[in-house]
Design a protein around this ligand. Structure first.
Ligand code: ATR
Length: 283
C-alpha cells in the first residue's frame, strides 16, 4: 500500500512528547514522500469513536502507544499473528474499510540488537524483567530470533505466569519468582521491560546475574533508562543499550507495512542519539 498523501498518526495519552512524527517524516523524506503524520491524543472512552473519525478524515495508518495498545485490539477486524502473541497492537492499518492490527515492537528490538549492534541472539540465556505490556511485546520475537532459555521474572508472579502461558514454549520459557533473582545464575541477555525507571523505586538487582559476556537492554530511553544502565555498567556487562534503537526500528517496520518501503534507519537514529546524549534525555 503506497499512499503518499494519506494521513497517519501516533495515538496515545499523553502523546505530546512522542518522537514518532519526527521519525516517520525523516523516513518519508528518503522517497520525497510528503507525509501527513500527526499526534492524536484520545482518552480511553473516546478510542472507538476516534478511530472511526480518523479513518473518515483520510487516516490509513496509526502507531499506538500507552495506554491504548491492548484496548485497540478489540477495535480491529483482523490481528496479525505477532499482535495476537504480544496481546497488543502498536501498528494499525486501515484496509477495505476496517482497521487491521499488527505489532512491530518485538521485531524492532530484534532488528536493533542484530542489525545495528551486531549481537548474535541465538542460544542466549535470557532474563526478561517485567511482565507488563512491554514484556509481552518483545518476548515472542526474542524466542523467534532463537534465544536459548527465557526466564521471565516479575514482581507480581501471576503476570509472569500469564506471559509464559501465552508464549506456549514449555521447553524454553519459564516464570521465576522475583525474590529468587539472585539464585538464577548468569545470563547472556538481560532485558529490562519494567516501568521501574519511570517511577521512584529503582530496581534492586544482584550483580551476579551478569558479566562480561552479558548484553543488557533497557526498553526505555532517556531518564527512564539511567538506573538500569548504571546497574549494567556496575555489574560489568559487556554491552548495554537503551530502547532508542528499538523505537526507531519498530517505526521502520510500521513504515514498511504502510508504504511497502524499508527505510534506512541510521540517519535518524544518529540524530536522536546525539540529542539524547547531549541533553540527557530525548523523550
Ligand atoms: P508497560 O506497558 O510499560 O510494560 P505495565 O504494563 O504497567 O507497563 O507494566 C509495568 C511492569 O513493570 C510490570 O511488570 C511491573 O511489575 P508488576 O506487574 O508487579 O506491577 C513492573 N514494575 C514496575 N515498577 C517496578 C518496580 N519498582 N520493581 C519491579 N517491577 C516493577
Amino acid at each position: 500500500m503506497r499512499q503518499p498523501h494519506a494521513r497517519f498518526a501516533v495515538l496515545g495519552q499523553p502523546v505530546d512528547h512522542s518522537l514518532s512524527p519526527y521519525i516517520h517524516k525523516h523516513f518519508a523524506r528518503q522517497w520525497s514522500i510528503d507525509l501527513d503524520y500527526i499526534r492524536l491524543e484520545l482518552a480511553p472512552e473516546a478510542l472507538a469513536q476516534g478511530l472511526i473519525r480518523f479513518a473518515a478524515d483520510g487516516g490509513v495508518g496509526m502507531n499506538v502507544t500507552l495506554p491504548h495498545k491492548r484496548a485497540v485490539m478489540a477495535l480491529c477486524s483482523e490481528l496479525m499473528p505477532r499482535a495476537r502473541r504480544a496481546q497488543s497492537v502498536n501498528t494499525l492499518s486501515y484496509i477495505d474499510g476496517a482497521w487491521h492490527g499488527d505489532n512491530t515492537d518485538g521485531i524492532g528490538l530484534v532488528n536493533d540488537l542484530c542489525m545495528r549492534h551486531n549481537i548474535d541472539l541465538r542460544g542466549r540465556r535470557t532474563l526478561l524483567l517485567g511482565a507488563g505490556g512491554a514484556a509481552f511485546g518483545v518476548a515472542p520475537a526474542l524466542l523467534d530470533a532463537g534465544i536459548g532459555e527465557l526466564l521471565v521474572c516479575n514482581r507480581t508472579t501471576e503476570r509472569a505466569d500469564d506471559l509464559v502461558n501465552v508464549l506456549q514454549e514449555p521447553a524454553r520459557a519459564h516464570a521465576r519468582y522475583w525474590q529468587d533473582l539472585s539464585e538464577l545464575g548468569h545470563f547472556d541477555l538481560i532485558i529490562n521491560a519494567t516501568s521501574a525507571g519511570r517511577g521512584m523505586q529503582p530496581l534492586q538487582l544482584p550483580f551476579r546475574l551478569a558479566g562480561a559476556s552479558t548484553v543488557a537492554v533497557d526498553l526505555s530511553y532517556g531518564m527512564a533508562a539511567i538506573d538500569f544502565l548504571a546497574w549494567a555498567q556496575a555489574a560489568g556487562c559487556g554491552e548495554a543499550f537503551d530502547g532508542l534503537g528499538m523505537l526507531v526500528e519498530q517505526a521502520a517496520e510500521s513504515f514498511r507495512i504502510w508504504q511497502g518501503l524499508r527505510p534506512d534507519t541510521d540517519g535518524v537514529y544518529a540524530e536522536l542519539r546525539r540529542l539524547a546524549d547531549g541533553e540527557g534525555a530525548a523523550e
